[in-house]
Design a protein around this ligand. Structure first.
Ligand code: AMP
Length: 425
């Protein structure tokens, strides 16, 4: 299958030819023709699958066919919004009528966005909170939206945007096209899809809870206080080129980055409390290889699309199993190979087991000479370390009880009820 068979105009094909994509990805082949035809889309696709082009190309094509109205792309984070905007510009660069794109995200002044929306827009890429602010300021009428795209819908709900989404959807016209993309389909995302989509074309690119096969997952046992040293060792000894390191807190991003810098490694910190300018700068530096290591929190790193990011490190493990998928999906994008390393210490051992269980896999444990852990776990200690799973709603719990399902909810990390024990040998 080639791009030219998908119903795209010569202008779009020209822009694609410049990208040197050999052929459309699976999600693109499945979504593009139906979306151009105006169908609703229900797509289970992870980052790295080429899902952005799968919805951007039909939007641009329909724009040319003068389908009219404004397309609204809702995303969980500003970084993802910026990346999608860049894709729209890239793919749309040869269109005779340039698409007017407005990015409407929080964390920056609303006024330029209000100005930009004057006279309407072809494509609005927004985070839900800021979009509603703009609606409240009468800068945008949601009744003029002809196409809705929810990108990374699972993450939108994880970040607590459910109420905002409800408000937004209530203001949209009924006769719209809707597309929903999500890496995972837990019950809340499925419910949202059920509410939003009409007779959708279902596309499933990766089986639920499986990660792309071109990512090598490694689990290295190390004592927590040794993690920075080990990280430094791996980066230097194994000559890791470009590394994204996930940590749990804003403080840790700064702290770990600083320690690496002191060891002569070009490292930067990225977290949600940096100003938008600082976030963009550090990302640009990382993309331009001025930084070798980026130490980030989940929020800041969400949706990052960095071509050739061979290494991802879980310095701190993610709280939720779904987050693990998102994190390691930063590497191994679009056919490249990647390595995702998780540091496992005595206190996170059980937690990692739960993540593995959720993803139905077992990753062999490794130890690196010179960094063998001295803190070990009691082998059969109960797995109560816990991860923040999807909390079930009361309704779900009742439904489960009615169906006789066991409540598999996992307790929060570091729960005081945890009976986890560890000792020194
Ligand atoms: P996405 O899943 O949309 O985040 O895209 C992941 C990466 O794949 C991006 O860097 C895209 O530029 C790239 N990509 C998109 N479509 C293709 C394709 N057909 N062939 C190769 N790479 C692609």
């Amino acid at each position: 299958m080639s791009f030219s068979e998908l119903g795209l105009s010569s202008h779009l094909l020209r822009a694609l030819a410049e990208r040197d994509y050999a052929e459309p990805t699976e999600v693109q082949t499945a979504v593009i023709p139906s979306a151009i035809g105006g169908r609703d889309i229900w797509a289970q696709a992870q980052t790295g699958s080429g899902k952005t082009a799968a919805f951007v190309l039909p939007l641009l094509q329909r724009l040319q066919n003068s389908a009219g109205g404004t397309a609204l792309i809702l995303v969980p984070t500003r970084e993802l919004a910026a990346q999608i905007a860049e894709s729209v510009r890239n793919y749309g660069r040869y269109l005779p009528n340039h698409a007017k794109i407005v990015t409407a995200v929080g964390g920056v002044s609303i006024n330029p966005q209000m100005m930009a929306l004057r006279g309407g827009a072809d494509i609005v890429i927004a985070t839900p909170g800021r979009l509603l602010d703009l609606v409240d300021h009468n800068a945008l009428k949601l009744s003029a939206i002809s196409t809705l795209v929810l990108d990374e819908a699972d993450r939108l709900l994880d970040l607590g945007f459910s109420d905002e989404l409800g408000r937004i959807v209530a203001l949209l016209p009924d006769d719209r096209q809707s597309m929903l993309f999500s890496a995972t389909f837990p019950p809340d995302v499925s419910a949202l899809a059920g509410k939003l989509l009409r007779a959708p074309v279902r596309v499933e690119v990766t089986p639920a809870r499986k990660t792309a096969p071109n990512i090598l997952e490694r689990a290295i046992e190390v004592d927590a206080p040794q993690r920075t040293q080990l990280l430094r060792h791996l980066i230097q000894t194994d000559a890791w080129s470009r590394v994204l390191v996930f940590v749990a807190t804003k403080y840790a991003t700064e702290h770990v980055a600083e320690k690496l810098r002191r060891a002569g490694i070009l490292a930067g910190a990225l977290h949600g409390e940096l100003s938008q300018g600082a976030r963009s700068q550090v990302l640009a530096d990382f993309k331009a290889s001025k930084l070798q290591v980026l130490v980030a929190t989940d929020l800041a790193a969400r949706g990052l699309d960095i071509v050739q990011l061979p290494f991802v490190v879980n310095y701190d493990l993610p709280r939720a199993a779904t987050e693990y998928t998102h994190r390691i999906g930063r590497t191994g994008r679009a056919g490249e190979t990647g390595v995702a390393v998780s540091f496992i210490s005595a206190s996170t051992h059980a937690h990692f087991r739960l993540i593995e269980k959720r993803h139905s896999r077992e990753i062999p444990r490794e130890q690196i000479p010179g960094f063998e852990p001295i803190e070990t776990t009691v082998p059969d200690s109960p797995a109560t370390g816990g991860i923040k799973g999807k909390r079930k709603s009361k309704k779900d719990k009742l439904r489960d009880a009615a169906a006789g399902r066991v409540n598999e909810e996992i307790k929060p990390l570091g729960s005081p009820k945890s009976s986890y024990r560890w000792h020194r040998i």
